[in-house]
Ligand binder design. Structure first.
Ligand SMILES: [Zn+2]
Length: 397
């Protein structure tokens, strides 16, 4: 078990890992960031580096699966190119799109599909028990689903003679983007309801399917409200009186070893503390930046700063913080950071361009020389000119 590779303190058991695995594998394991507090296990998507699922990588994955013949499509999959474009552009959650896509391609394990593969299951519909569970039945003709289609804002009347494939293609052809998104949400909600019926043995009501579909509305329709960090003219900007601004940075070498840097300054531009930390094995530069934030937060609570403003030049980290997207290595670390937030009286987080983060960058790049060091109310000699630059650039007019 992975748990066997952990020490009781919650860190990797390095000697055991290095003894058990070849060096390349051991290195990869040791680079996986661990949370400071125990967390529930969670699933990470293997198709991307950061473990965050995207519809595009899901599509690539399914293509590979198809080529290997694991999920062989059994239905006609012809749909005009333009309709797929419309399908993928619809404003719904990636998982709803991806599910609908798989359903259309016959890759969803309804009971009749399992029977075809000689798997011994009761073939009847888990919702009504009246007919066998074919895709056409479960997603169209089963009474509950028929009521769902009709009761939805689309008001669709299911044609008893039509195949699911035709039904689906017509919906995508006839509806606008918002309607297609609704179809995707309904199909996903139907499958969820079916699984509840199978695994929890609960009766399924069409209103429940509807309200679940409504809950699946994408909270922020992608691309519309993306965080756009303000471009600033000045370089480093002084915090307001009473706030300590803490610039952080990570520098990752080719050996995947990262150095962390931190510089804390007050509204006069005076250094309250500076620090560096080296080395930490990291999976990616962004993970390194996130770990540097966590490290700095812990350190700054110990230094007694109460009202703080952290500043990063790493856009993915800033976005992950703002959006708090679950299900990634990045979020594992950010969750630790959120816990540290409770130890401050005031915390905020800002994004600056790389050129505006020179002081922290200097600390991170030189971390391998400084190793683990903290300077209180001062910094290493090389930092001084950068501090002066920032101080002058941010002079109040
Ligand atoms: Zn049924």
């Amino acid at each position: 078990m992975v748990a066997d590779l952990l020490l009781p303190s919650g860190t990797w058991n390095m000697p055991l890992i290095e003894w058990t695995f070849c060096p390349a594998t051991a290195e990869k394991i040791l680079a996986v960031p661990l949370p400071l507090q125990l967390m529930e296990d969670s699933l990470f998507w293997m198709g991307t580096n950061d473990g965050v699922y995207s519809a595009k990588t899901g599509y690539v994955f399914l293509q590979q699966v198809d080529e290997q013949g694991v999920a062989s499509p059994s239905m006609s999959v012809s749909m005009e190119e333009g309709r797929w474009k419309k399908f993928w552009a619809a404003p719904s959650l990636p998982r709803c799109k991806e599910f609908s896509w798989r359903l259309f391609h016959g890759a969803i394990p309804v009971r009749q599909k399992l029977r075809q593969r000689a798997i011994d299951v009761d073939p009847s519909c888990p919702i009504c028990g009246l007919e066998d569970e074919f895709v056409d039945h479960l997603f169209m003709r089963c009474e509950v689903m028929k009521a769902t289609w009709f009761g939805s804002r689309l008001g669709v009347r299911v044609d008893p003679q039509q195949s699911f494939s035709t039904f689906f293609q017509q919906l995508v052809r006839d509806l606008d983007d918002g309607g297609v998104a609704e179809v995707q949400r309904l199909l996903y909600a139907m499958w969820e309801a079916r699984n509840r019926a199978v695994f929890d043995e609960r009766r399924v009501d069409w209103r429940e399917v509807m309200s679940r579909a409504a809950a699946l509305r994408a909270p922020l329709e992608e691309g519309m409200t993306r965080d756009v960090p303000a471009a600033t003219m000045a370089r480093w900007i002084r915090p307001t009186r009473g706030i300590v601004k803490i610039n952080i940075d990570a520098a990752v070498g080719r050996d995947k070893l990262a150095g962390f840097g931190m510089v804390a300054r007050n509204y006069n531009g005076e250094v309250m503390a500076s620090a560096s930390m080296y080395p930490t094995m990291v999976l990616s530069p962004t993970i390194g930046e996130a770990l540097s934030l966590r490290w700095a937060m812990e350190l700054d609570t110990q230094l007694g700063f109460r009202r703080v403003l952290f500043e990063t030049d790493c856009l993915p980290l800033f976005q992950a913080w703002k959006k708090a997207t679950r299900g990634s290595y990045l979020f594992t670390i950010i969750q630790d950071c959120f816990r540290f937030c409770n130890l401050f009286d005031f915390v905020d987080f800002t994004f600056v361009r790389r050129n505006d983060n020179n002081a922290a960058d200097y600390m991170a790049r030189n971390a391998s020389t400084f190793t683990n060091e903290v300077w209180v109310e001062e910094g290493p000699p090389g930092l001084a000119p950068l501090l002066l630059d920032d101080c002058l650039a941010s002079m109040p007019l």
